[in-house]
Design a protein around this ligand. Structure first.
Ligand code: SF4
Length: 260
């Protein structure tokens, strides 16, 4: 029952405004087109599903992206779905920024500062990320920032497979409701997880990927850039690719780039 409720809530947040008890309703468009090469369905066709309105169960449509995000946050609650809730996390770190953002930055998991404040990317790495965002010509509150994992792993260890599998659907739901035009995956873990790849970030970056209906651009994590500032120039090239996808002017001033 919990899974069913979760499933229905997810589609509600996507704006689905009805469901049907009719099994034929679940048949996909592709199935219909196989029985009708023209892809069209006539009312006389016994394979044609009943009109949605005939058996629809009313569901309240989410009124805005912000409300849909709030619904996801409420759903997470004081989450105990994976073992990280027993391993010292102070709070769930959901995400921050504009629900209408064209660009979304996705990192790995909260660190100590983020765990304390409940906001992603607020430590030293977060300050660098803010500079990178501002270098692109955005304010931090114009973009959306989240992590794959919403709770801090102990000792900042890498999240484990079961934790990713349990928590990642929340990120997918955030992406589904925000529908950014570009996702910038920050660092090895985020890029590998989202792209389901074992390749190092040095191999994954420098390219654009189609991902969940948007464009994904991997780049170095700000923490890595703090340790290895020589890679800032490559990170800036990745951010310029993101600006190109968005059709935005690329700032020319090196003072405003993370390479500075
Ligand atoms: S990491 Fe995700 S799934 Fe695990 S307890 Fe935190 S919010 Fe829940």
């Amino acid at each position: 029952m919990d899974q069913l409720i979760e499933h229905l809530r997810f589609f509600k947040e996507l704006g689905v405004d009805g469901i049907s008890r009719d099994a034929a309703w679940r048949r996909r468009d592709g199935d219909r087109s196989r029985s009708d090469p023209a892809g069209g369905a006539t009312p006389a066709d016994p394979e044609v599903p009943a009109p949605l309105e005939a058996t629809a169960v009313p569901v309240t449509v989410a009124r805005s992206v912000a409300e849909a995000l709030t619904a996801i946050r409420d759903d997470i609650g004081d989450c105990t779905r994976c073992k990280l809730h027993t391993q010292g996390r102070q709070q769930v770190v959901f995400g921050v920024g504009s629900p209408e953002a064209d660009i979304m930055f996705v990192g790995e998991a909260p660190g100590a500062d983020e765990d304390t404040q409940g906001v992603p990317f607020v430590g030293r790495a977060g300050q660098l990320l803010t500079k990178m965002i501002e270098g692109m010509g955005f304010r931090r509150d114009e973009v959306y920032i989240a992590n794959v994992i919403k709770c801090r792993p102990p000792g900042n260890r890498n999240p484990e497979r079961d934790e990713i599998a349990t928590c990642q659907p929340f990120l997918f739901r955030q992406i589904e409701v925000i529908q950014p035009k570009v996702i910038v995956a920050l660092g090895t873990f985020a890029a590998q997880t989202l792209l389901e790849s074992d390749a190092p970030i040095s191999k994954l970056r420098g390219q654009l990927y189609q991902y969940r209906g948007t464009t994904l651009i991997p780049t170095f994590h700000p923490s890595f850039l703090l340790r290895s500032p020589g890679y800032k120039r490559e990170a800036w090239e990745d951010l310029k690719r993101a600006l190109g996808v968005l059709g935005r002017r690329i700032p020319a001033s090196p003072q405003s780039s993370p390479a500075s």
